[in-house]
Design a protein around this ligand. Structure first.
Ligand SMILES: [Zn+2]
Length: 332
C-alpha cells in the first residue's frame, strides 16, 4: 500500500483524546504513520513541557518534578506534554490493567495544568514489559491524557511546526543479541523490516512537510555526554535523514539528565530531557570529546518550550523551579 494511502489523517477542531478514540485500536498504531492535525483558532504561542525517564511510583523525586511541572505548566498555560520514553520502570507495564499506570502516571501528574494531552514515545525499559499495553486503547480510556504509539506525527498548523515521534529502540543492536533476554519485541518481530519501514515513513513524512519548524522526538540519545553516551546506530541510519530534510531539533531522553548540544558540523540542536525521576548517574566516557556541549545537568528536572512563529525558546528547570539554562533558536 502506498504510504499516502496508508496515511491516516485525523482532523478535529481541538486536540482532545476523542481523536484517538475515533480510530480503531490497536491495529492502526504500528502499521501506519498516524498524523494528528490540530487546527486551533488561536495563534497564541505554543507552549509545552518535555519530561523523560520518569515512571517510578512517585519515588526518586518524580513527585517533586511533577509539582514543578505543574507550576510551570500553569504559568505557560501549556498545550501538551511530551514524554521522551522510559515511561514505566523497571520493566514497562505488565498489561493494560497494570496498576503502575495509575501509581506512576495518573496519581503523580495530578496538577491542573498537566491535565492535557501527553504524547509519549517508547523507551527501552518500556520494551522490557508488555509494550503493546502502552499503545493500547485501554490506557487512554483509563486516563484520557495518554497517547503513545511507535511512530506518529503531530502537525500544529497555525504555528507552522510539525513533530515527528519515532521508535528508536529497534535500532540498538545490543538489545537484539541472543544472550539479551530483557526485551520483548512485540512491535518489531523483524528488526530489519521494522527499521526499514520506519525510516521510509519518516523520510517521506519529512520530505513532504512544508513546516517551518521540524522537530523529531525519540527516546535514545544521538549526541550526548551522559552515562549512556551516543547511539551509533542512530548516527548511521537516522541522523542523515534528519540533516537532509531540514530537521531543526532532535529531542530525546534515555540519559537521566538535561542537556543542550549544538555542533559546528550539524544544523541540528540535540536536546535531552530525561530527568523525570532517578538521576545523578555521572557522565559517560566521551566527556572530553568535542561534542558541542552547551549545557549539561546531571540531575532531575524537565524542559519547558515556548514557540512563537520565529522563535523556539527552551528553559531547563531543576526540581526547585530554578531555570538552569535557556536556549533561543530564531528562524525567519
Ligand atoms: Zn532508556
Amino acid at each position: 500500500m502506498a504510504w499516502s494511502k496508508a496515511l491516516l489523517l485525523l482532523k478535529a477542531q481541538s486536540l482532545g483524546m476523542l481523536l484517538v478514540n475515533e480510530v480503531t485500536w490497536p491495529e492502526f498504531a504500528h502499521q501506519y504513520l498516524v498524523v494528528f492535525i490540530e487546527v486551533k483558532k488561536s495563534v497564541a504561542p505554543l507552549n509545552f513541557l518535555v519530561v523523560g525517564d520518569w515512571g517510578r511510583d512517585g519515588l526518586f523525586n518524580q513527585t517533586i518534578v511533577a509539582e514543578q511541572m505543574g507550576i510551570v505548566g500553569t504559568k505557560l498555560n501549556i498545550d501538551f506534554v511530551i514524554s521522551t520514553g522510559d515511561n514505566f520502570y523497571e520493566n514497562g507495564l505488565t498489561g493494560p490493567d497494570d496498576t503502575q499506570f495509575t501509581t506512576s502516571f495518573s496519581d503523580v501528574y495530578t496538577q491542573e495544568s498537566l491535565q492535557t494531552p501527553w504524547y509519549s514515545v517508547l523507551g527501552n525499559h518500556d520494551y522490557r514489559g508488555n509494550v503493546t499495553a502502552q499503545v493500547a486503547k485501554e490506557l487512554t480510556i483509563r486516563d484520557s491524557r495518554w497517547f503513545c504509539s511507535a511512530t506518529y506525527q503531530f502537525v500544529r498548523e497555525r504555528m507552522d511546526v510539525e513533530f515527528f515521534f519515532v521508535d528508536t529502540n529497534p535500532f540498538v543492536e545490543s538489545y537484539w543479541r541472543e544472550n539479551n533476554k530483557d526485551y520483548i519485541w512485540q512491535l518489531a518481530i523483524s528488526r530489519e523490516d521494522y527499521i526499514a519501514h520506519e525510516l521510509k515513513n519518516l523520510t517521506t513524512a519529512l520530505e513532504t512537510s512544508n513546516a517551518k519548524w521540524k522537530i523529531v522526538v525519540g527516546h535514545h540519545t544521538m549526541r550526548c555526554v551522559g552515562k549512556h553516551g551516543e547511539t551509533q546506530e542512530l548516527f548511521a541510519q537516522m541522523l542523515p535523514i534528519l540533516e537532509a530534510n531540514g530537521v531543526d531539533i532532535y529531542i530525546n531522553g534515555h540519559d537521566h539528565c538535561l542537556q543542550n548540544i549544538k555542533r559546528f558540523d550539524s544544523p541540528l540542536h540535540f536536546l535531552t530531557s530525561g530527568g523525570g525521576s532517578e538521576a545523578w548517574r555521572g557522565r559517560g566516557n566521551n566527556e572530553n570529546k568535542d561534542v558541542g556541549l552547551q549545557f549539561y545537568y546531571d540531575g532531575q528536572g524537565f524542559a519547558a518550550v515556548s514557540m512563537a512563529p520565529s522563535l523556539f525558546h527552551v528553559d531547563f528547570y531543576d526540581i526547585s523551579g530554578n531555570i538552569l539554562h535557556t536556549v533561543n533558536l530564531l528562524k525567519n
